[in-house]
Design a protein around this ligand. Sequence first.
Ligand code: DGL
Length: 270
Amino acid sequence: MQSPVDPKSPIGVFDSGVGGLTVVRALMERLPFESIHYFGDTARVPYGVKSVQTIAHYTTQIAEFLLEKQVKVLIIACNTMAAVAAQRVVDLSPTPVLDVIEAGALAALAATRTYRIGVIGTPTTINSNAYARAIHNLSPNAHLTSQACALLVPLVEEGWLEHPVTRMTAQEYLKPVLAEQVDTLVLGCTHYPLLKPLLQEVAGPGVRLVDSAEAMAEQTATLLTDLKLHNPERVPPDYHFWVTDVPLRFQTIGERFLGRSLNNVHVISW
Ligand code: DGL
């Protein structure tokens, strides 16, 4: 059967805000010839404390927007959206859908030796049990300890990546997780990869951190290979960033997440 999807089409990535740019950054490094359309719902972030119904409604709206851009793959970079609305996106999308939770679960199981795994994320992600389900589906005997870390997203947005307040907050959140002797900790939120050095220090050298952004980029590369959807053109790709608002310090925060300058930002109003 001939694939209706054009390999030269962009990859669509979406998140509740700028946090998903950690996934874009990993994709740019792993797949340097792929164009990307990113959507960040900066007007309505944070999602991590909203109800399932609201998140599902917003998620559908964003997925439909990106599908109109003829993306060849749709990536749910937001753990919270993936946790509660991934199936909705799969149901409406004619193109393949990947999400960070699936990628994070696979990466966690590849990293662990003891099958004692910790997961941290927003309250909605943790309450959904989506990581526990994804990990147990793949490995029923894995022992999972989950912890909601509501304060870490605002601390990252404030840029307090090495701040003593962030360290104390992380110590407090990780205490019950580390007490379970985990050997692997899944960073189940778009913002946490920016805290990797601090979290590694707090968790100690015996704990492997699973960065869902990197895992996501790896899974995307595998999917493109399997479906023969790699862009055959070796020219600089196009990057577009769609947002619903341009908040104060947007550029600085966005560039911190992306690790390079942020151009082609388009604001849409809904
Ligand atoms: N993008 C969200 C996530 O990965 C974090 C920010 C939010 O709460 O919207 O869970």
